[in-house]
Design a protein around this ligand. Sequence first.
Ligand SMILES: [Cu+2]
Length: 522
Amino acid sequence: MSDHATRRDFLRGAAAAGLFAAGTSAAAQDHEQRHKPLGGNRPEDHKHHPPGTPHEEDFGGFSRYRPSRGRDPDSDFYLGKLVPARGTGDGAFYSPDLAKLPYKVVDGWKEFRLNPQHVRRELLPGRQMDFYGYNGGMPGPTIEVNQGDRARVIVKNELPEPTTVHWHGLELMLQFDGADALTQNVIPPGGEFIYELELHEAGTFFYHSHDPMQETFGAVGWFIVHPAEPWAPKVDRDFGLIIQNFDILPSQTVPDSWAMEWHWHTINGRSGPLTTPMVVRHGERVRIRMLDFSPMQHHPMHLHGHTFWVTGHEGARRPKSAWIPRNTELIAVAQVSEIEFVANNPGDWMLHCHMTHHMMNHMVRHVGPRIREDQDVTSYMMDLDTRPSVKFSHADPGFATPGYPQSMMLSHGMMSEAEMQQVINRREVRGMRPGWPMAMMGLMTTVRVLPDDLYDLVMHSEDSIAEGAIFDEIIRRFGKPAMYEPPKGMGHEAHRGTMSEGHEGHGGGAMRDNRSHRHHQE
Ligand SMILES: [Cu+2]
């Protein structure tokens, strides 16, 4: 289906469903529109061919558009293993929230300029921290080349201390390996060093400072080498996620490189809920490359709603006979896992680290919430039966633990309205379920699988989309609306101590415009 046809279809369909919130600020009108079904009135018809779902193909019992596994585990299409791309995406590598490093061709070499430097990065709205990165980014900008290319990287050290750059995984000429002392002299502050890399490999590599302390400050970036012969099957989407942990002590903005308790968890330099969702079309073949560049923690990354194939690592692509189906993939320090799956299950699906202490920031003892306020720990430890009761509330003054930290810089417990707007006023999150930021913390992000018409509405239209409208429509088309309970008081306002107006009773039925009607009294 062409993009034009798709757009026509969704405009027609979306208008009928009242998905456009523009000019419909009255709550009653919103409510009515919200419950008007899109297209026909027989949802059971949509089970077979919901709106926005292209024609089915047969892949031995595996469907591109429905959760399914296929009949024969040894078939090429089992769990979507070799199901081809839909042809809807361009398959270009895309690392949300990270830049790409430009180059110019000089005498047959692709010439990049990489500047190690101090970088400020906003991990969450208002949480500006200090790092070591490259060219204004932490992680640094992505270097992208093709197998067979020759790359020259001119590194100018803008750090206040010496550095070198290591090209992780490349089988390169010894003198360019970046291992200071062992293979080269350090690059002094203000100094320059030229690395020449002749790329016979293909795969997911990365560059980083070879000073361990600088690594804990964030000095890393992608080095993607695309294969001369494209990997088969092609993908519609190719995402990259760099996972990191930092220890940033109370009232500080600089990571502690000696620490062992990592409590800021980031994906591409952002913590949930500020991580940017990966938005894909229903039925697309998707690749996600994940690098763990944490100082010393591994991450079991778990994807909801889909089973993926592990197709490669930082060394190279796996032979297809060695692909492994999983829904949780453990990635250790300095390792990459590449996963591929067919996005056959519409909705907003978490991709998150499954270690409980990485599921939100500040899950360590020296920064955690003090749950028994104003009590002398040593006295009640002498007699555990006298322990005072736990008080666990963000509004609890016990959170103001001496020394830590002004408002704890918790992920969203203490966000101002303006800061929350920074989270929810992004294109990629439009129409998600009210209150969704409460679920996204620390080392978490989202894969949004949207039927074509809803994808175009979210990603390409300038129309405003009411909070929850896309989610509701997916429930209506693919879920069991009669059994669905809308959110009650789950708007993010309800979870902040400073909440001034509630939405109890409205819940998901509150069809609010993200941009202009958030304070509309309903
Ligand atoms: Cu983890």
